[in-house]
Design a protein around this ligand. Sequence first.
Ligand code: C2E
Ligand code: SIN
Ligand code: SIN
Ligand code: FE
Ligand code: FE
Length: 517
Amino acid sequence: MGTKLKLVSSTNNHNQSLAIELSPWKILIVDDEDEVHSVTKFALKGYKFADRPLKFFHAYSGTEAKDILSTNDDIALILLDVVMETDHAGLELVEYIRCTLNNKISRIVLRTGQPGQAPEKKIIIDYDINDYKEKTELTSQKLFTLVSASLRSYRDLVALEENRKGLKKIIIATADIFSVDSMKHLAEGALDQLLSILRVKKGNSFYGRRIDALAALKAGTSFEILAGTGCYSSQNKDGQTTLDQFPDIEKIINESSDQNNISHSNKIVNYHKGRGGHENILYVSGDISDEYIDRDLIELYARNVGIVFENLDLYKQIEETQREIVYRLGEAAETRSMETGSHIKRVTEISTILATKLGLSDEDIEIMKHASPLHDVGKLGIPDAILNKPGKLTAEEWSIMQTHSQLGYDMLASSDKPILKAGAIIALEHHEKWDGTGYPYGKSGENIHIFGRITALADVYDALGSKRCYKEAWPLADIYRHIKEQRGKHFQPEIVDALISNIDHVEHILSEFAENV
Ligand code: C2E
Ligand code: SIN
Ligand code: SIN
Ligand code: FE
Ligand code: FE
């Protein structure tokens, strides 16, 4: 149990990867004076920020600038003249960038040749204009400071934005905890955040750095990849979803010794082994040796992600275990009565379809789905001689048989768990009839819980179609004739209508279980 975090020293071509040119920062110069373009470019010759060079784009009017901006959404800095084709062409462009393109991230520095053209403070604040300079101020030294400060804040804004996206995925995953995909969403969110801490855009090459990362969870004997970027992204691993194909990673995880030179490392492996056989891995490799990258933060984050994964996994396991136990309890009752086929499964499916068609809330549908297998759980308390009697029951036997409703209720009613409580109601009321002639209480109409009314129809529909120890299976036409005849008597009219108008859907679902019969 616990977390093993490894910083693995460079063993392969790390030096080679340093030789790769990192992608440049894009800078857009917008000015109607040709000289301003050449002077700016000259003053910044050879300049690099965070190892990355500059790439210049040139526009000589607001209109030209719009064209460039509409095809480049990753311009880091715009050096912008105020007066061009019109007195306000520069400010109009700012409005276009911030409002029309909704680009809040590119940094904007206004430059003007005419002193006194400074825009109002309100405009500077509202449009997030990051600096205002007179062109005479643009000495090499001042430009250097200006560009460095702008690129630094651009870089941090991009990281924040990526971080925000990662957080959003994590929040969605957390809210959506019951869905099959929630582990995947959580893993994707975790990797997004990790890459934003590393200041790499997802997809890997925003900064020209090569970074590959994956999150994997132990499933059976191998690790299943939940999310990956770079060479581990779903497009790049040929439909492979397990870690078996990456023996290097498995080897690293299995190594126990730990003699790493952190300052030269290009891998981070967080292996977390938790309770209940839970194991997960967060793995990052590539150009992460940068001295500016905050390793402590990454390690802390990776550890936390490992623990969150474990908790979510355990939580899901408990949920699934509970549901399975409930289901198996219903199945046990069915097996005792030697009913052929998958009565429980089919009643559950039909009930779920009916609940959906009748417009029950998602939560009620979910509860109903897991509770309806319990409708006949009380048959566990009925003597074998009655339950499996191959013919018609005597009056006395029949009255004993009818107690299965109350018996099922008594088994479940003291629970405070929503599914078991619903199961108790369904067990008690699934033989009540809409017209009040059912048992055990002779309840009628909406005094019978909606779960009971729905299960009543699903149960009879399936029982009629099945062979029992006391009866043969009915032909489909007879079943529908009977159900229509019982509309408003045994069954609520709306529920009969919901079944009749969705016959195809119901029969299709049932045919999927036919092989088990
Ligand atoms: P079950 O076999 O699961 O049947 C559920 C319900 O389907 C029955 O509830 C009844 O409403 C309907 N149903 C099943 N077969 C027929 C049929 O041939 N004709 C009609 N009109 N309806 C049918 P019910 O009647 O409350 O019975 C509850 C449970 O009691 C049944 O569950 C079954 O386990 C048992 N049972 C009922 N009648 C007999 C019987 O004659 N012999 C035996 N051994 N058991 C019986
Ligand atoms: C700096 O922020 O001053 C250096 C660039 C970097 O952090 O990568
Ligand atoms: C019975 O009276 O045997 C039960 C009613 C039925 O299954 O139709
Ligand atoms: Fe029953
Ligand atoms: Fe039944």
